[in-house]
Design a protein around this ligand. Structure first.
Ligand SMILES: N[C@@H](CCC[C@H](N)C(=O)O)C(=O)O
Length: 248
C-alpha cells in the first residue's frame, strides 16, 4: 500500500486513499509505531463521498478513532488538492465532527473549524481554573504565566479524569504559546491544531485577544488562529515528508 507522510508543524500523519469504511485501528497502531512502522501521531484514510470532495477516518497512534484533528485537516487538504480529489485550491470534507472547509495556497493551508462547544468554564484543579472546550475533540485549557514546565504525570491524570486533551498556554503580546498533551498519542506532541484553537477560543471569549493572533506550538513553528465571520479558523504550513510503499 502506498502512503504519504505529512508533518503539520510537528504533528505528523500517514495518509492514504481507500474505497470504504472499515475498522483500521490495528493498522493505525502498526503504521504509526515509531520503531516498527512508519511512525506518526495519527493516520488519515481518505474515502469517496457523494456530496463532499471526500470523507475521512482519523486514527490516533494508539488506534483510537477521533472525530477531528485540526493539523491533519490541513495536511489532508493539501494531499487531496495534489491528488486532484479537490479542486480550485479548496477542499470540503466530512469528519466525525462535521464538514471542514480548507483553503490551499502552496504549502500554506487554512482550515475553518467546526462550531465549538464550550462545555465547562469552571473546572478547578490544583487551584487553577480550566475550561473544557470541544473544538472538534475535547480539550482542557489552562492559561499560565509560564509554560516551561509541563507536568506530564498530572496531564495524564487530567486526561483520564475528563477524557480530554490537555493544554497549557501563555499569552505574550500578540503571540500565544501552547503545549498539548494529546489523548490517543498519550504524550505531549509538537503541535495540536484543535488544542491551539481551543486555547484561542477561551482567550477570545474572555476578551483577552483580538480577532487574529499568532500561535506557536511546542515545535516553535508559527501559525495563526482567527475568528472571522463567526468562524474559528487556523492556518500554517504543512510539509509532505515522504511517499512510501508499506510492507506491513
Ligand atoms: N492532533 C490533533 C488532534 C487529534 C485527536 C486527539 N488526539 C483526540 O483524540 O482527541 C489536532 O491537531 O487537532
Amino acid at each position: 500500500m502506498t502512503v504519504t507522510k505529512y508533518s503539520a508543524n510537528g504533528n505528523d500523519f500517514i495518509i492514504f486513499i481507500a474505497q470504504g469504511h472499515e475498522d483500521r485501528s490495528e493498522l493505525a497502531k502498526k503504521l504509526c509505531h515509531r520503531q516498527n512502522g512508519v511512525g506518526a501521531d495519527g493516520m488519515v484514510v481518505v474515502l469517496p463521498h457523494k456530496e463532499y470532495d471526500f470523507e475521512w477516518e482519523f486514527y490516533n497512534s494508539d488506534g483510537s478513532e477521533a472525530n477531528m484533528c485540526g493539523n491533519a485537516s490541513r495536511a489532508v487538504a493539501h494531499f487531496a488538492h495534489e491528488k486532484g480529489i479537490s479542486k480550485d485550491g479548496k477542499a470540503e470534507f466530512l469528519t466525525g465532527a462535521g464538514v471542514i472547509r480548507a483553503t490551499i495556497n502552496g504549502l500554506y493551508v487554512v482550515s475553518d473549524m467546526v462550531e465549538p462547544d464550550i462545555q465547562r468554564d469552571d473546572i478547578d484543579e490544583n487551584g487553577e481554573r480550566w475550561w473544557l472546550i470541544d473544538s472538534g475533540v475535547p480539550h482542557l485549557v489552562a492559561i499560565r504565566e509560564n509554560i516551561d514546565n509541563f507536568d506530564l504525570a498530572e496531564a495524564r491524570r487530567l486526561r483520564e479524569k475528563y477524557d480530554a486533551n490537555i493544554n497549557i498556554c501563555r499569552l505574550d503580546g500578540d503571540t500565544l504559546y501552547v503545549r498539548t498533551y494529546e489523548r490517543g498519542v498519550e504524550d505531549e506532541t509538537l503541535a495540536c491544531g484543535t488544542g491551539m484553537v481551543a486555547c484561542y477560543i477561551r482567550l477570545h471569549k474572555e476578551g483577552k485577544v483580538p480577532d487574529q493572533i499568532k500561535v506557536h506550538p511546542k515545535s516553535g513553528d508559527e501559525l495563526y488562529v482567527s475568528y472571522e465571520e463567526g468562524v474559528y479558523r487556523f492556518g500554517g504550513k504543512v510539509t509532505k515528508t515522504f511517499i512510501a510503499e508499506t510492507l506491513i
